[in-house]
Write a protein that binds this ligand. Sequence first.
Ligand code: CO8
Length: 372
Amino acid sequence: MHRVCISSTGLYVPPHIISNAELVDTFNRYADLHNTEHATEIAAGSRAAVPYSSVEFIEKASGIQQRYVVEKSGVLDPTRMRPRLTPRPDSEISLMAEISVAAAQDALQRAGKTAADVDGVICAAANMQRAYPAMAVEIQQALGITGFGFDMNVACSSATFGIEMAVNAVRSGSARAVLVVNPEITSPHLAWKDRDCHFIFGDVCTAILVERQDTAPAGAFEVLGTKLVTSFSNNIRNNAGFMSRSEDRNPEDRDQLFYQEGRKVFKEVCPMAAEHISNHLATLDLAPSGVRRFWLHQANLAMNQLIGRRLLGRDATADDAPVILNEFANTASAGSIIAFHRHHNDIAAGEVGVICSFGAGYSIGSVVLRRL
Ligand code: CO8
């Protein structure tokens, strides 16, 4: 059995920013169009009017100030409200693979490694662009990696679950190093016309290089342990799938996009996540008070504050649990990895940190790290 490290991470940030002000302006223009078009039914009570969204609500309820997206003009067109993506021929690299390669190359370069040092690619994300061939195999080929690739989806916990798979492969010796990539292109399946959730998500891609400790660069983070748990819930769901066509579904049907019971998620997931982290640390003879930093999933600022308080018995500072969702919004499984990517340089040798994801499933994954 080998000791295993996270050697480096990589980040791809999409080129377009949508501010809350731009988002709300589009939404409210859409509401006006909708309410004018359906004025008679609304007056008769047979259809509900669409109420205005507000920047103040979004910032207070979530802490999100902006989001990055792969395409902006379609999202901000009140007659469309979804990105305008151009189909690519099979001979061209697909969009998910393209952004994965960018993040993976960033991670490789930061660790001083090349494709020849890596034996596997796991593409772990909340959505895959196509059914097959696996995205990971295309990414593997584009990077020039000899070995294997496979896809996995555990929604917002995809990255941490992917890390566990990579750690197991490296620990057992079936791979020297594995790249876990998280291309989270959330904008095509977000319900931009739903006021309750139109502000929540953003696009991004992260990559994590998991490798044997004896080949890892100085300053790598040893993986002390990983712990995963799932518990079925309908409170975060998306019913789009390969049977939708045979069910004669319209891609715009509300259940073919992201939907949730946000309040219930908040109430149920926060205690689960805090307990999960404490239990995981206890199995390693560690306590939350001994953790230098928590890199938490980034869905909602108040959620992270509540989890921080439950863990530490006091308010967590930005140094205890850094926040990136103000800039990126919820980027599904990439959020905790962006927090780690942006906020790990000041961790001293010997200090311990925890990456933790939580989300649809429900699914929770934690990775306890010690800096070498
Ligand atoms: N503008 C103004 N008012 C609004 C708006 C808005 N945009 N939206 C709602 N309101 C109103 C509501 O109508 C309500 O009014 P009233 O009190 O009169 O009924 C009031 O504001 C309060 O609404 P809520 O109770 O819904 O507000 P909350 O305080 O609960 O905040 C949140 C809503 C921010 C959604 C919050 O509940 C939350 O963040 N919950 C946790 C959600 C979460 O973490 N979900 C995880 C999902 S991600 C995941 O698991 C991965 C999925 C895969 C990726 C999918 C990519 C698309």
